[in-house]
Design a protein around this ligand. Structure first.
Ligand code: BES
Ligand code: ZN
Ligand code: ZN
Length: 515
């Protein structure tokens, strides 16, 4: 099973906004709910369907609301597009990059319903943004790649009526800047496509089940990607982990037949000796809970417990494609959490790489253990300018924030604010929780330096406080993605399963940092 290369993406070509006459199977454009006048491109498309848009709006059949159900589709005869689709985008003042991603997602889903594999998407320039045309094209490209993605590699392809629906594989993209000729459209497509490719790689790794996506598999994918994109790679196995004194990571892997791996990828785009940005992701390829076994209901979703690691690998793919002028190091500690005669038991005391001892009260709180060793390794070996980890770490995070935002906790207020902003812009939102010392006593142990669980109250906070003990003196922040990494689709460019979250958030942050 291969890793995703650029060729697997939708082929997106820039087109001029006035190109509504192009002979494509489907042209799609967004309409704002409260637009009093139509743009030149919208008018041209309305004219192509003999004023059908105007009639549909007058009759209230199509209102332009921000809803998957509010659209108007017209079938044409003769030259030019065969079908014209008007898609609701909601209110003008609420329009942002996510509006454009959703527009792209709705256009691609309609194309799928029609079994059409090519479309021309016209996105609105974002009036509220500094470079509104560029950002709209970027978001449009992102949305197309994300929406067109479907994980099919483990299904036997059917034939005839059983054949799978074809996926969109070709798109024209233009921006409706009302008369102005926007610049940088090709570059915007390049950036949006890299973000999409990165997030789609993360999704593939998420979707692959635990018997496919083992720690060694993640390492092999990272190796293939590094060779392809010119990234440096080091992979640690059990021997190297022993030499490093990684007792926490090894204690989690102890109950499994699959060997653990720690993947270290480097992009050297900045100055020699310049402190890198560090991305660390939990790569727990299956979490049974260990001796503190999880209940069976929904346990299959614990194949997604490597979502943080997947997002970090996805981000490195895009970074390898875009080669930003900054040094970046990615670290993915990867293990299974299983049960056998050698498995770590509740009450066992283990020694972390950094030296602190931990009383393992609950073997299901394993993510913080593998991350503890990864964080101290990253801090010591790379002395990063900033370090961000992401992990499906706690059920408590899902209780606190549901499925709309990742929990964000960090030792550095500026870094927390940067990430929150990157979350808003990328459409992968995160929201702060306090990392107060007052919670620290919940982790006190009678026999070791700390215990690995802090009880039910403030579970996402005590988990982050645990991690903070291992970050050294590096500015650090943590994203708990337990509620946002996978699940039922929450946007039209997602499907049920892995979302690749927070690949785009991490990339947006790296992009801001690289200027
Ligand atoms: N992987 C889980 C966290 C999780 C829960 C992810 C739900 C996605 C959805 C983690 O390893 C875990 O089991 N955490 C425990 C910690 C507890 C024992 C302190 C939890 O949250 O229940
Ligand atoms: Zn667990
Ligand atoms: Zn886990």
């Amino acid at each position: 099973m291969s890793y995703v290369r650029t060729e697997d993406l939708v082929d997106i070509t820039p087109a001029s906004a006035g190109a509504s006459e192009e002979p494509v199977a489907l042209v799609a454009i967004g309409i704002f709910q409260d637009a009093e006048t139509l743009s030149a491109s919208q008018q041209a498309l309305d004219a192509l369907v003999d004023g059908g848009l105007t009639r549909a709006r007058e009759r209230g059949d199509f209102r332009g609301r921000d809803s998957d159900d509010d659209f108007a589709l017209f079938h044409r005869d003769g030259d030019g597009p065969q079908r014209v689709l008007f898609v609701g985008m909601g209110k003008v003042e609420k329009a942002d990059r996510e509006t454009v991603r959703k527009l792209a997602g709705r256009a691609v889903r309609r194309a799928e319903a029609l079994s059409v594999t090519e479309l021309h998407l016209v996105v609105p320039a974002l009036a509220g943004e500094e470079d509104g045309a560029f950002e709209a094209v970027r978001a449009g490209a992102e949305g197309i790649h994300l929406a067109a993605f479907d994980f099919r590699e483990l299904k036997t392809p059917g034939e005839g009526d059983d054949a799978p629906k074809p996926l969109v594989d070709r798109a024209l993209l233009s921006v409706d800047a009302d008369g102005e000729a926007p610049s940088g459209v090709e570059e915007a497509i390049r950036v949006g496509s890299a973000f999409g490719a990165g997030e789609n790689l993360a999704r593939i790794l998420q979707f692959r089940p635990g018997n496919v996506a083992t720690p060694s598999h993640l390492a092999e994918v990272a190796e293939a990607m590094a060779a392809d994109l010119g990234l440096e790679i080091t992979v640690l196995g059990p021997d190297e982990m022993k030499a490093e004194g990684m007792g926490a990571l090894l204690s989690v892997a102890a109950g499994s037949e699959e060997e653990p791996r720690m993947i270290v990828l480097e992009h050297r785009g900045g100055g020699e000796g310049e402190a890198p940005l560090a991305l660390v992701g939990k790569g727990l390829t299956f979490d049974t809970g260990g001796i503190s076994l999880k209940p069976p209901k929904g346990m299959e979703d614990m194949k997604f417990d490597m979502s943080g690691g997947a997002a970090v690998l996805g981000a490195m793919k895009a970074i390898g494609m875009l080669r930003p002028v900054v040094n970046v190091v990615a670290v993915v500690p990867s293990s299974e959490n299983m049960v056998n005669g050698k498995a770590t038991k509740p009450g066992d005391v283990i020694r972390t790489r950094q030296g602190k001892t931990v009383e393992v009260i609950n073997t299901d709180a394993e993510g913080r253990l593998i991350l503890a060793d990864a964080l101290s390794y990253t801090a010591d070996h790379f002395k990063p300018a900033a370090m961000v980890d992401c992990a499906t770490l706690t059920g408590a995070c899902v209780i606190a924030l549901g499925h709309q935002a990742a929990a964000l906790l960090g030792s550095d207020d500026d870094l927390v604010e940067e990430l929150r902003g990157a979350g808003d812009r990328s459409g992968e939102r995160c929201w702060p929780l306090p990392l107060w010392d007052a919670y620290r006593s919940q982790l006190d142990s009678p026999v070791a330096d700390l215990k690995n669980v802090g009880g039910r109250p403030a579970g996402a906070i005590t988990a982050a406080l645990f991690l903070s003990e291992f970050k050294g003196d590096v500015p650090w922040a943590h994203l708990d993605i337990a509620g946002t990494a996978y699940g039922e689709p929450r946007a039209p460019y997602q499907r049920k399963g892995g979302f690749g979250f927070p690949t785009r958030l991490l990339l947006e942050w790296v992009r801001t940092r690289s200027g």
